[in-house]
Design a protein. Structure first.
Lengths: 469, 469
């Protein structure tokens, strides 16, 4: 890798402004030696240049007799560090001035400021983690729900990589059979039964496709599950949303740094993050499709994982079913799940509720819940239905869920290559051409863990990281 | 101290949101034992409960088989820690979810969340630092200029405390003489020469007053030196300000977290932070004092450390002098330094500049600088004059500069008590009454370092800290 030069020492703050303590990371061969020029241990018996890995040393940082701060220094020796290189971490007081000065005098000593993600990139380059694990580092920092954290944690610990490696192994085994045939192609030998080979490819492609299809769920979990609220004005969409969010606000507010710069409302339920997207001005009734024709509303609905269709208890069963049908027409086979919420249930009798429930059961294919925003009734049911609408069962095997768009693209490419292999078998294409597609499928799969990765892809992956990581 | 209970373990995040890494601090007897319930060292030969102080251990935090994060744990043993208690610092990925979960499971294990400043308060209670040093911790974190940092660093390292202790020692010596006299009061003995005693008190009071008077400078350095820009509209105040700030913006922008939520513009010059405060609608001319009569403008000018009075080169020397005089009347003996800036110097000839300079020298008591905002001329001179207007020489002895309003109040009280002692000597007041004032002066001085400090003052001091410190 040309981005990482041997012996180049990099530094960066690993914490962001504010707080009581700040951490500055320094990595590269000679990091400890360089630090020793500006760091005096409190115990003058200690020689930091001789410190073993995993030493923690108290002392002061100063430059030309200018006292800068009392700090705690952690020493790591290659390869037992985050980057796999010699490293020091300086824990100082979180003053912008102090951080700035420490980095300034490190630069005076020849240390360079790190690019975003450069620490993790070095970890990858030094074989401390594969590419999908490195990507999980960024994900685990950004994870803001239990499910997103579980996916990232599993990926970071190599669960996902192991799954990909298993697939890759099967492909490589298959490829070796094909290559063997090529070596003996002049003799026109077919070593393996083409039928058995087709079966193998179908099996692998099936696994690849299943992984790729998990991206919709994985991405939704990572970014928050999009829930679109639809219904005509004044049916109580906002009141329902406020009721849903009520407890959540209290839960979120006591974690420092969780406030999000988003106009959407978010809700944590059952370890999942739901993002609520409002659509204004949707009217019920099958003949109103023109009214919702605006492409914005259509695309929001199609991108939704869940649609909450809000109607009123005083509506007829036909008009409620029509609302559901008109939404269903738009979402089509996008995979969005529809939940009908019949609001203002306090305005009708229990008898009428039971009746309406029966009627809807027959003519509406989706679950219908009766709620009353004004009386705060039925909200718990909505929460349960929201959780149930996500296939949380799949989360028990987080290693088989794709969360990263780059991995998804790679899997799609693998699948395309394998389809071409199958077509080739069917059409009796020469083995030499089939072998090309097999090699390509292995190449694409290798991109995920970084077994085969062009430099430009690497640069792109790590530039999305924050500085200091 | 009733706020700190023995055996109560506290925890808090020590870094703020964002960044790559977050630090969670845990302090109190049993902190390591508690952590061991949720932490598994990567090297399973390691038993964290047996770890020595200053150990650094890699491992994972999990709860009921739920993997939470891979972390680095620093172990500190009492009394060799920040608080003087057993401590652990958990360095985890900076995800809000992870931080929240770790604190959550620590709480499950009986750890309590720390109040703001509680870690430093414990350090004070355990004798790790005196009160003025503890206060310097908050100051050093907030310091955003070199001078402010130097003052806070000197205070943190005990320089200021040493100065106060020296004063206190002199007062105590003096007090013991007075008390001795009291013991023998029935015999009507005067051990010490009253004249010599008066001299001693005058000497001490002088030092106290000099310290107290340094508060204006110290406070200005800590908070930024207020510079008010005055002058009638369209003389080029904004252009001059922009020119002054030009380089600064670039310098500030590369330090993360330095953006300040203030409407004032700030400028770093010569290690000092200047805060520029604009006053609109000030007209030159002695007869215009009514126009600037608004109390807001007056109070801004009085609170200024420096006033930049901006005039135009085409103005007469009398009108410039009148502007300076009208400002001088308002600032009075507030100590504000006035600098006259004659802008648009490019509009007049060099001969006229020399002439105007001579004229102003005779009728205006303050420095006058000729600048041209449009031609970017003379700005360097303004910068130098700004730095020169602050008595930076005093910064060579930062231990004699008061930065804290509480210390200032205490010193004022010491001075008042000593004045009463002097009055008593002069008026021949009985020694028993004089002794009361001497004791009070010692009490007030002791408040600064915490030798004598009521509980309520302590609570107030530490509540201003950030969480995790």
């Amino acid at each position: 890798m040309n981005q990482v030069q041997k012996g180049k020492i990099i530094c960066a703050p690993a914490t962001s402004g504010g707080g009581a303590i700040a951490l500055i990371r320094v990595s590269g061969q000679g990091a400890v030696e360089t630090l020793s020029e500006i760091f005096q241990p409190a115990d003058n018996q200690i020689d930091i240049t001789k410190a073993k890995g995993y030493s923690l040393i108290l002392g002061t940082i100063s430059s030309h007799d200018e006292f800068i701060d009392q700090v705690l220094v952690s020493v790591f020796r290659a390869p037992h560090s985050y980057t796999g290189e010699e490293m020091v971490e300086i824990s100082c007081h979180a003053s912008p001035f102090i951080q700035h000065r420490i980095i300034e005098i490190l630069i005076e000593k020849g240390v360079e400021t790190a690019a975003p993600g450069e620490f993790t990139m070095r970890a990858f380059m030094n074989g401390k983690m594969d590419l999908s694990q490195a990507e999980a580092v960024a994900d685990i920092i950004a994870a803001d729900s239990e499910a997103a954290h579980r996916l990232a944690a599993s990926q970071l610990r190599g669960g996902f990589s192991a799954g990909i490696e298993k697939l890759r192994h099967e492909l490589v085994t298959f490829a070796s059979l094909i290559e063997l045939e090529l070596d003996f192609s002049e003799e026109d030998v077919q070593f393996a039964n083409r039928f058995a080979m087709t079966e193998t490819v179908i099996k692998i492609k099936d696994m690849v496709d299943r992984l790729a299809s998990s991206f919709r769920l994985g991405n939704a979990i990572r970014k928050g599950i999009p829930v679109v609220i639809a219904g005509r004005p004044n049916v109580g969409k906002s009141s329902l949303l406020n009721l849903l969010l009520q407890e959540e606000r209290a839960i979120v507010s006591d974690i420092p740094g969780t406030t999000r710069d988003t106009i959407e409302e978010v809700l944590h339920l059952g370890g999942l993050l739901f993002r609520f997207i409002d659509t204004a001005g949707l009217r019920e009734g099958g003949d109103e499709i023109e009214e919702l024709g605006m492409e914005r509303t259509r695309s929001k609905l199609r991108a939704a994982e869940v649609v909450l269709a809000v109607a009123e208890a005083t509506d007829t069963d036909e008009s409620i079913a029509a609302l559901a049908a008109s939404i269903g027409e738009i979402t089509g086979n996008s995979g969005a799940r529809l939940i009908v919420l019949v609001n203002k249930s306090d305005l009708i009798t229990r008898k009428r509720i039971a009746e309406l429930k029966r009627e809807l059961k027959d003519i509406c294919p989706c679950p219908a819940l009766f709620v009353s925003a004004s009386q705060s009734e039925g909200i718990e049911q909505v929460r349960k239905q929201l959780i149930a609408s996500v296939e949380t069962g799949k989360l028990d095997n987080p290693q088989y869920i794709v969360t990263n768009a780059r991995h998804y693209e790679a899997l799609k490419n693998v699948s395309d290559s394998l389809r071409r292999v199958l077509d080739g078998f069917r059409d009796g294409i020469p083995t030499v051409l089939i072998a090309t597609d097999v090699r390509q499928s292995i190449y694409y799969l290798g991109q995920i863990t970084g077994r085969i990765t062009p430099d430009d892809i690497l640069g792109e992956i790590f530039s999305k990281f924050c500085i200091g990581k």
